[in-house]
Every structure is written in C-alpha cells, then in structure tokens.
Design a protein around this ligand. Structure first.
Ligand code: ATP
Ligand code: CU1
Length: 836
C-alpha cells in the first residue's frame, strides 16, 4: 500500500484546508473589552476620576484616567498572553494519526490529514477523519459520539461488500468509520473520504478538544480569600465614608476617601494571580515537554507521594533488539548483524516473524522482522488471534502455496509453555531458562508452531496443538535520565513503584538498573489473593508489581489512594484508562499512548519520557511555592496601604492619600504579584523536602501569621515616620511626599523579602528576575520625576523633600528588609515544613 505522496498531500491540504473544526472558544475583542470594563478596579478609578472632575480638579481627574487606561492595557496584555498560551497548549492536544504516505508509515498531526490519505486504525485510537475501510481485522468501533448508542459496532472492509451502501453511523457490518469515533478493538486501514467541517462530526460542529483551565481546589481557596477580604473592606469603607461625612464635612471627599480605601483593599489580585499562574504554569510545564490537560494537575503534582510507572517505553526506550535466541535443547545464539545465524535457528526466527502482525508497529515485532525479513512471502494470512489480558499470547494462521496452514504463536513464555501442553518438569526447565535471560533484563517471549486445516479453526488459541520452538530475548536499553530522575524522586519523598505486565525477573532486573531497589516483587496472582488493605500495605513498601493485568492496576491505585497517598500513574493502553482516571494525576504517553488513555489523563508526556514527569513535579512544586509567595505578599502589602489610608481618620492627622496615590501603588503591585512572583526561580530545596500534605490550605496559618507580621512591621515603620514627622510640624504636602516615599520603598522591600522562602539577604538581591528589575527602574524613575518635576509633584500634591527626609525613607525600607529577613531564622524553626 502506497497512499498519497507527500506533494499530493501538500496540494490537497492547500486546496481543502486543515482537518479541524473552527474554534469557537476564542473571545472577540468586544467581549474582552466588556469583561475588562466589569473590573471593579477600573470602575473605582473611573468613579474617582468623575468625582475629581466634579470637584474641579482636572489634573487629578486626568491622571486617574491615565491610570485607568494603564489598568486596561495591563489586563488586556495579561489576558492576551494567557489566551495565547492556552492556544499553543491546545495545538499540542491535537491528536496525531498514523498514515501511510509514499509507502511509509508516518505519524502526523490529525489536522494535516487530507482526503485520500490511508490511515491506520488500532485499538484505542480516535478516528481522525471520515473514511472507508480498505482492510480490517476484527474491527469494532464505539460510535456513541454520533449515534448515542454505546454498544460497539463491527466493521467490514469495503471490498467484502457485494452491494454499495450509503455511509452512515451506527449498525453492524458497514465499511465506514467516522471522525471522532473510537476503535475499541482490532485494527484496520481506511481511506479518508472527508475531513474537517465536511465530516459527520463537523456537520454537528462538536469539538473534542477540551482543556480545563481551572483548578477546583485552588479556585475555592482563592474565592475564600477574596470573600474574606471583601467583607472586611466593605465594612471599613462604609465606616470611613460615614466618619468622614459626619465629622470632617464634605460627603464628596468622604466618598473619595472611601474610593481610595476601596482601591487599597480590593482583592482583585487573588483571582488574577491564580489565572495567570495556572496558565503560565501549564506553559512552563509544556516547555518540559509535558502537556497539562487539567489545571488541577499542576496543584496535585507538587503533593504527589507515589509515582506508579510502567516499564517499557517509560523507564526504557522501547527500542527493542533481539539479544538472544534459545532453542528447546538449550543451545543459545546471540544475533549479530554481520553474521547470518546458523541454520538451526532459522525455524525459530521464521515462526517468530510469522507470529507478528504483517506490518508491525510494535518494536518487539519490528526487531523480529529485521532479523528474518521475507518470512511471509508466498503465504496468506487467514486468521489471527490477538493478545488478551487473560491469555498473553497471539497467533497467526497462514496458508502456504501447498494449501496447508501453519500456525505461528508467540507470547509470555509461561503461557506458550501451557499452550504447548508442557509437563511440570518441562515447565520448570523452561522457567529456569527464562529466568536466566530475564536476570539480564531481557524481555522474553516464547515461540511455538503448529499445522492445521483451514476449514476448522478453533475458537481460541487453546485449540491448537502447538509445538515449542524456543525463546527470544529482547534487549531494551534503560533511558539514560531515568536513574537520576528516580534518585531525585527519592530525595523529594516520592516513592516510585513499577507496575508492569512483564515477567517478574525482567521487571526486577530493570527496576534494579533504574535504582528502584525493590524489597519484593509482587505478581498479579499474588495481588489477586490479597484483600485491599493488605494490598495497600504491600504497595506502601518498596515494591515492584509484575504480570499485572490492567484491572489489577486499578485496584492498586485505589488501594494506594485508600492509604492516603497522592498517586501519579502512567499508562498508555486502552485498558489503562480507568486507572489513569482514578489516579490523582493520570499520566499518558503522547507518542506511544492511545487517544483513550490521553483523554483519561490529566497530563501527557509529549516525549514519553520518565524524566519529564519528575521535571513536571519539580515545576509543580515551584509553581505552588510561587503562588504562596504571591498570595502572602498580596496579603502583607495591603496592611500598610489600608492602614495608612485609615490612620488619619482615627487620629486626626491630615488626610494624605487620595485615589491617585493608591492607584499608583496598585499599578506597581498588580504586575509584581502576577509577573515577578510567577517568574521566581525555584527554592533550593524543592526536590529535597517531602511532598506537601494535600489537606494543607493554600495559605496555612503559619503563612498567614508571617504575612500579618510583615504587614504590621511595614505599617509600624511607615506610620511611625508619618506620626513623627507630623509631630515635628512638617507641612502636609511634605508629609505626604515623605510618607508616600517610605511606603513605596517599604513595599519594594516586601517584594524582596517574599521572593524567597530561604533566609539569605544576598540571595534576595542576586536572584535574577527581569520583571523585577524593570519594575525597580520604573518605580525609581517615577519617584524621581515626582520630586524633580513640579507638574508631577503638583499632581501628587507633594511638597519638596530634603536629602535627610529621603534618608529616612531609605532607612525605613532597609530596616523592614533586614528585620524581616532576620525573622525568617526563628520562624523557620517553628514551622519547619510549611514555609517560611
Ligand atoms: N506483540 C506481542 N506478542 C506476543 N506477546 C506479547 C506481545 N506484546 C506483549 N506480549 C506479552 O504480554 C506481556 C504483557 O505485555 P504488555 O505489553 O501488556 O505489558 P505492559 O504492562 O505494557 O508492560 P510494560 O510495563 O513493560 O510496558 C508481555 O510480557 C509479553 O509476554
Ligand atoms: Cu490591591
């Protein structure tokens, strides 16, 4: 089969367009603007501007308008960036399809499929386009997406039909498959008839790509924080307006003061931070070649305590070579590309090749094929029996030129031994030989052969009278990064448990090489005999599970969950979907995995690489850390702002800050918390501390206390400066400038304090962070301008500051920085795990 040539496909792609449905999720500019207009911050700014306008302060009114536009720009930039990030992630979710082009099997993105392409269908795939079946083998499809009927329907090849039928979904024995439906069994090749909007699903206009961008738990916690804030500030604001209106005269000024206070206490940063962190987090993780399908995974990644991994392709490279052939008499041969095998091994090789699917995709079968090419010539495949979880063997029945049929079988050695009807002694000898190979880390298959008549083929493989041909051992190199990644998991308090369908001795040999050092090996049979509690107990130790059927995988996951672990679980097959769904973090393989597994998972490894899971966990921890830093900074920073806005009202000091000042502060704080903290580098101990407890709130009490402490100190310092200067009789304008400068500088010191949980002053300054640098430059520029440029000073109503005044503000900031950095020492001992 040749399929389209590359130029043909190109031309058609150009003429007919991509195989995709138009995206509806994209928000229009109008929607975006409407959303921005609903921002409470913006409304407050506009309200403030209006009041200034009414009061006749044109300058202030204009300044607030400028701030309002900056706020809009910041929001739109952030939204656009988030949108762009999500867009690029969506492209990664686009399914890939295996096609034949120019006689070659290649994997291409599903959207590049064109009419006339030959697509290969296999178990677990979502069909990428509407197509007519050219050839198929025991093919069953779930078409419920189109028909609502969940019973799978059987398909036939087009050529076997006598009468042409119109393509429609539903019903058995049709030769058509439809985009979006699922192959539940068998395999086949189909020729694409329509793509994109022209396909059946396109006509319905239903899109399959889903990417959830919300983490339920984090969302809930943030909502709580916001509510807490909102209630507190609503109360304080009402009080302010009332006090001001009653005792200081002028309700308009009262409302202005209320607006200023409202801005200073507006908890809008929390939800913004959450959205930005999750979207950016998903993007950062995708840079490590891991796709996050559910945002909740980012949160759980950092809390994972157990990582259940399969073996082939995840720990190993899935690049198989035949490393050993063993005949029934025990004679061995190590294949060598240069030299032909001795003829005594020919029959074993030939049978092994015949027991593969004719166009193999499985690396083991490819390895066999490369050893004995052309074994199937002159024969025709009549029937094949697939691998089943309860019978780990597969057979092909071939008819030769002479009309006689040969059955070639291969599978798990113990299964093949059983199918060959071996006696107990023979089985024991077989096991000894397999063990010898498996201890070298080889994956071992048994091969057997029989002859039969085509007319009465048995129902199952047990019906053949097979004769044993020998064993094949496949070598599959360990991925180079696995050892380091496993060690990293260990130091991070994450246990790695291997769960494989392979032979126990092979599993254990590979586990040793990967550095898992298992205390014991449990097999599926062992697990079968255990109660759930016992299983959980066993799984909590350093265990390797071998010869595990997919259903048992689910049991193990549930047992671990029951024991209070946070489980990450890898899988690739159709049967893995339930356990991937059940695990806290289902990890599917992007390359090797089936679409079903991918849809059930919450993260997808784009390179099938074990190391990436660990990278993702590392990033998950960092993102969570940074989220905590940002949230506790937001809490801390609002204490002095709100406090200073409130202080004059209760003490009778002159009123210093209006909406202009607060708006300016918020212009700094907003980008700081969403950009500076988001980009913060990881803590040095991210992978050396145990996982965080899953019940721990986003801001545990220790962190709340820490924020309150920072806020209180900042307020004490700035308030102290203000009260003292006032006592010395400083005029209101100069007092305003002095207090504002101290406040801004103290806030900057809070940024530095919160950058890192660790206790190093040097690090607070030397950690690289570009956004922070930009912000520091910006703040300095604006502050200098407000001093040196009379017009700006006028807007802020600043009086002149002298160098000794400036020194005071700098000292206040330094004091706050040093005191807080120092107080991290004792606090660290009080709260060893949860920061600081
Ligand atoms: N193509 C094949 N032909 C014959 N037997 C096979 C084939 N593939 C797998 N087997 C047998 O089935 C067993 C289980 O295979 P399966 O692929 O289900 O394991 P798995 O759980 O995916 O293993 P791993 O964790 O190594 O990926 C293998 O150990 C092997 O004995
Ligand atoms: Cu704020």
């Amino acid at each position: 089969m040749q399929g389209l040539t590359a130029p043909e496909a190109q031309a058609r792609l150009k003429a007919e367009g991509f195989n995709e449905l138009p995206r509806t999720e994209r928000r229009t500019i109008v929607q975006l603007i409407l959303e921005v207009l609903r921002e409470p911050m913006l409304l407050l700014l506009l309200a403030g501007g209006l009041i200034y306008f009414v009061l006749g302060d044109l300058g202030e009114a204009l300044l607030l308008l400028v701030f309002a536009s900056i706020s809009i720009v910041i929001t739109i930039v952030q939204e656009a960036r988030t949108e762009r990030v999500l867009e690029s992630l969506r492209d990664l979710t686009s399914p890939r399809a295996l096609v034949i082009r120019g006689g070659e099997h290649i994997r291409i993105p599903g959207r590049e499929i064109v009419r006339g392409d030959l697509i290969m269908l296999s178990e677990g795939d979502r069909v990428a386009a509407d197509a007519t079946i050219v050839r198929c083998d025991d093919l069953l499809l779930d078409e419920s997406l189109l028909t609502g009927e969940s019973v799978p329907v059987r398909k036939l090849a087009h050529s076997t039909l006598d009468q042409p039928v119109a393509p429609h979904a539903g019903g058995d024995h049709h030769p058509f498959v439809f985009s979006g439906t699922l192959v539940v069994r068998g395999s086949g090749v189909a020729e694409v008839t329509s793509t994109g909007v022209r396909s059946e699903i396109g006509k319905i206009g239903q899109s399959l790509h889903s990417l959830s961008t919300e983490a339920p738990r984090l969302k809930q916690q943030t909502t709580r924080l916001v509510a807490m804030f909102a209630i507190a500030s609503a109360f304080v604001i009402a009080l302010t307006v009332l006090l001001y209106g009653l005792y200081r005269g002028g309700w308009l000024e009262g409302v202005l003061a209320g607006i200023a206070l409202g801005m200073s206490m507006l908890p809008e940063e929390f939800p913004v931070v959450l959205t930005v962190f999750l979207a950016m987090g998903a993007w950062r993780i995708s840079q490590a070649r891991v796709l996050t399908r559910r945002a909740s995974a980012i949160e759980s990644l950092g809390a994972a305590t157990v990582l259940c991994t399969d073996k082939t392709g995840t720990l190993t490279e899935n690049r198989m070579t035949v490393a050993r052939l063993v005949l029934p008499d025990g004679s061995q041969y190590t294949p060598d590309i240069a030299a032909r095998a001795e003829h005594t091994f020919d029959a074993l090789i030939e049978t092994g090749v015949l027991a593969c699917v004719p166009q193999p995709f499985d690396p083991m079968e490819k390895a066999l094929h490369s050893l004995g090419p052309g074994a199937g010539t002159g024969r025709r495949l009549v029937q094949s029996y697939g691998l089943r979880p309860d019978l780990l063997a597969m057979s092909n029945v071939w008819r030769g030129g002479d009309g006689e049929c040969v059955v070639a079988a291969k599978g798990a050695p113990e299964t093949i031994g059983m199918l060959c009807g071996m006696s107990a002694e023979e089985l024991a000898e077989l096991r000894a030989r397999v063990d010898a190979l498996a201890r070298e880390g080889l994956r071992v298959l048994g091969v057997a052969r029989a002859t039969c008549a085509e007319t009465d083929l048995p129902e199952t493989q047990r019906g053949f009278s097979l004769g044993f041909c020998g064993l094949t051992g496949f070598a599959d190199p360990l991925r180079p990064e696995v050892k380091g990644a496993v060690a990293e998991c260990r130091s991070a308090g994450i246990r790695v448990v291997m769960i494989t369908g392979d032979y126990p001795a092979t599993a254990s040999a590979i586990a040793m090489r990967a550095g898992l050092d298992p205390e014991r090996i449990l097999t599926g049979a062992d697990a079968e005999g255990m109660a759930d509690a016992e299983l959980a107990q066993a799984a909590r130790g350093q265990a390797v599970f071998a010869r595990i059927a997919p259903a048992q995988k689910l049991r193990i996951v549930n047992a671990l969950k029951g024991a209070g672990e946070i489980v990450a679980m890898t899988g690739d097959g159709v049967n893995d979907a339930p356990s991937l769904k059940a695990a806290h973090i289902g990890v599917a393989m992007g390359g090797r995995g089936t679409d079903v597994a991918r849809e059930a998972s919450s993260i997808v490894l784009l390179d099938d690489d074990f190391g990436s899971i660990v990278k993702a966990i590392r990033l998950g921890r960092r993102i969570y850390d940074n989220l905590r830093k940002a949230m506790s900074f937001i809490l801390a920073v609002h204490v002095p702002i709100a406090g200073l806005a409130l202080l004059p009202l209760v003490t009778g000091l002159p009123l210093l800050f209006g909406p202009v000042h607060i708006a300016f502060l918020e212009m700094i704080i907003d980008p700081v918390c969403s950009l500076v903290f988001e980009a913060e580098t990881e803590e040095r101990d991210v992978m050396r501390r145990p996982p965080r407890s899953p019940d721990e709130p986003l801001l545990p009490r220790s962190l709340l206390v820490w924020s309150a402490l920072q806020g209180a100190l900042a307020l004490a310092l700035t308030g102290g400066v203000m009260v003292t200067a006032n006592a010395y009789g400083m005029p209101a304008n100069e007092l305003r400038a002095l207090t504002f400068f101290s406040l801004v500088l103290v806030i900057v010191s809070l940024i530095f304090v919160n950058r890192s949980f660790s206790t190093s002053l040097i690090e607070a300054f030397t950690r690289p962070n570009r956004t922070l640098a930009i912000i520091v430059v910006f703040v300095t520029t604006v502050l200098s301008l407000s001093l040196a440029w009379p017009a700006a000073a006028d807007l802020f109503r600043f009086g002149p500051l002298h160098s000794d005044d400036l020194a005071v503000t700098v000292v206040a900031a330094l004091v706050s920085l040093v005191l807080l950095e120092l107080s991290k020492y004792p606090l660290r001992h009080r709260w060893p795990v949860s920061v600081p």
